[in-house]
Design a protein around this ligand. Structure first.
Ligand SMILES: [Zn+2]
Length: 151
């Protein structure tokens, strides 16, 4: 469903309930209720494809420094609603306030389907970094809409 780099091992894998994980794979599986936050190995078991899960995990690791700089990169603008907006690489990212927390949604215009970060965050920086993870996930897992071709 999504991935997230927590920056450090912060949670316990909800599948095996023993591995401490930093790189989270959010998995949905008919055998389990709801969405589970898993480490790479458990994610691989859940999707019956260890190589795919490990590839996704490696990518998160190699993206770690780009991700860290993402909240302070050039191009972020604040709109009239107070949302932080970034348009880059064909994506539109909107970081919005929800109560005292921040969330983000990533879309790829002209498709208006938005992909939300799994969680809400106490700082705008962490919300922006989660948006980065979501953007990379969409890039790798969601097919690009076919361009409109007039007859
Ligand atoms: Zn596990």
């Amino acid at each position: 469903m999504n991935v997230e780099d927590l920056g450090e091992p912060l949670i316990i894998c909800e599948m095996c309930e023993s591995a401490e994980i930093r790189y989270v794979h959010y998995m949905e599986n008919a055998r389990y209720h709801g969405i589970l936050a898993c480490g790479a190995i458990c994610a691989g078991h859940m999707e019956s494809d260890l190589v795919r899960a490990e590839t996704r995990d490696k990518k998160m690791r190699s993206d770690a420094s780009r991700r860290k700089r993402f909240p302070s990169r050039a191009g972020w603008k604040i709109n009239e609603k107070g949302n932080h907006i970034l348009k880059a690489n064909g994506y539109r990212i909107t970081v919005f306030r929800k109560g005292i927390l921040w969330g983000a949604v990533v879309s790829r215009p002209p498709a208006d389907k938005g992909f939300f970060t799994r969680e809400k965050f106490s700082t705008i920086e962490t919300a922006k970094m989660a948006a980065f993870d979501t953007m990379r996930f969409v890039e790798d897992n969601v097919p690009k809409p076919t361009p409109f071709r007039p007859f």
